[in-house]
Design a protein. Structure first.
Length: 73
């Protein structure tokens, strides 16, 4: 399967970056959207990018890398 044939997931939430306040980078439509400290931030970033409502459990909408939506540490 080529890259062109693979469906693009609009939101990618990358693995946890550890530090004083752990966070996850969020990418929307292939562009960096910001950092998220919890699922509320993911929803906010999606809304700011024009994606609303967002189903965080839909794998066609959100790809969670390095843990699911409850992995923040």
């Amino acid at each position: 399967m080529t890259d062109e044939a693979q469906p693009q997931v609009p939101i990618i939430v990358w693995g946890v970056t550890h530090g004083d306040r752990p966070f996850r980078m969020v990418q929307i439509r292939g562009e960096p959207a910001g950092v998220a400290h919890d699922i509320t931030d993911v929803v906010r970033l999606a809304y700011e990018a024009g994606l609303s409502p967002v189903d965080l459990d839909d794998p066609a909408t959100v790809r969670w890398v390095g843990g699911g939506k409850y992995t923040w540490v």
